[in-house]
Design a protein around this ligand. Structure first.
Ligand SMILES: Nc1ncnc2c1ncn2[C@@H]1O[C@H](COP(=O)(O)OP(=O)(O)OP(=O)(O)O)[C@@H](O)[C@H]1O
Ligand SMILES: [Mg+2]
Length: 238
C-alpha cells in the first residue's frame, strides 16, 4: 500500500491574513504535486504547515489515517527552502551534520552521504567548501541533505527558482527519480512548464484555497475554474 497524506480543512492565519483557508486534499505516495499560484497565494504557508513548521489554526493533517501533531510532522516531512543555507564547512560536513546528531557511526555516515551525493550527481564535490559551490550545486546539495532524512513527505519551495535551464533540468530529473510509493512530493513553482513536465497533479492555489486540482493535461487544456483560466493566461493577480 502506498503512503497516504490527508489534509482536512486546514487553515492558517497571520494576523488578519488568512494565508491558507480551509484546505482539504489527499495525496498518495508515488505522486508529485505541483502548487501553482500568484505571489502571496499561500503556497509557502501550505508547505510550512505540512512540514510542521507552522501550527494550523484549524483542521488536521494525517498520514495513513493517523492524525499527526507538529513533532511527528517534522519527523516525517522535510522542506527544502527556496534559499538554501550552507554551513561554512565542506559539502560532506553539511550532509553529515544531521546524521552525526542522530548518533550514526562514522562509516555508516560516510556511506549514506556518498549515496546521497551520488543521487544528485555531485560525488566529486564532497571535500569542497559548501559556500564555494554554485547556486545550482547548492540546490542539489540541499536536495541530497533532504534525501538523507528519508522523508515520507518531501516538500520543495521553488526548487529551481534561481537556476539556469540546464541546472533546472538536472534538478527536475533528481526530483523525478525520487518518486516512490513511500513518498509524496509537493513542490511550489512559478514555472508552468516545470509543473507540466514534473507533476502528476497540479493544484492551483489562490487566496489560500485550492481552486483547481487536475492532471497537467487537463489543467492546461481544459481548466474548469474561470480564475484558473485567467491565471494560465497571466491575467490573475492576488
Ligand atoms: N510570517 C508571516 N507573517 C505575516 N504574514 C505572512 C507571513 N508569511 C506569509 N504571510 C502572508 O500570507 C500570505 C501567503 O503567503 P505565502 O508566503 O504562503 O505565499 P506564496 O504563495 O508562497 O507566495 P510567493 O509566490 O510570493 O512565494 C501572504 O499574504 C503573505 O503576506
Ligand atoms: Mg512562497
Amino acid at each position: 500500500m502506498s503512503l497516504k497524506l490527508q489534509l482536512n480543512n486546514v487553515s492558517k492565519r497571520y494576523g488578519n491574513t488568512k494565508a491558507i483557508d480551509s484546505i482539504s486534499f489527499d495525496a498518495e505516495g508515488n505522486n508529485i504535486i505541483a502548487l501553482l499560484g500568484v505571489n502571496g497565494s499561500g503556497k509557502t504557508t501550505l508547505l510550512r504547515t505540512i512540514a510542521g513548521l507552522e501550527r494550523a489554526d484549524e483542521g488536521s493533517l494525517s498520514i495513513n489515517n493517523e492524525e499527526l501533531g507538529l513533532p511527528e510532522l517534522r519527523k516525517i516531512a522535510t522542506l527544502v527552502f527556496q534559499r538554501t543555507v550552507m554551513f561554512s564547512r565542506s559539502v560532506y560536513d553539511n550532509l553529515a551534520f544531521g546524521l552525526r546528531i542522530r548518533g550514526l557511526e562514522k562509516e555508516k555516515i560516510a556511506g549514506e552521504v556518498s549515496k546521497a551525493l551520488e543521487a544528485v550527481g555531485l560525488r566529486d564535490l564532497d571535500r569542497r567548501k559548501a559556500k564555494k559551490t554554485s547556486g545550482g550545486e547548492q540546490q542539489r546539495i540541499a536536495l541530497a541533505r533532504a534525501f538523507l532524512l528519508n522523508p515520507k513527505i518531501l516538500l520543495l519551495d521553488e526548487p529551481t527558482a534561481n537556476l539556469d535551464v540546464s541546472s533546472a533540468k538536472i534538478v527536475e530529473e533528481i526530483i523525478k527519480n525520487r518518486r516512490t510509493k513511500d513518498c509524496v512530493i509537493i513542490l511550489a513553482t512559478h514555472n508552468l512548464h516545470q509543473a507540466k513536465r514534473l507533476a502528476d497533479e497540479i493544484f492551483h492555489i489562490h487566496e489560500g484555497r485550492i481552486l483547481e486540482r487536475a492532471t497537467p493535461a487537463e489543467f492546461f487544456t481544459n481548466p474548469r475554474n474561470e480564475n484558473t483560466k485567467r491565471f494560465i493566461n497571466g491575467e490573475l493577480q492576488f
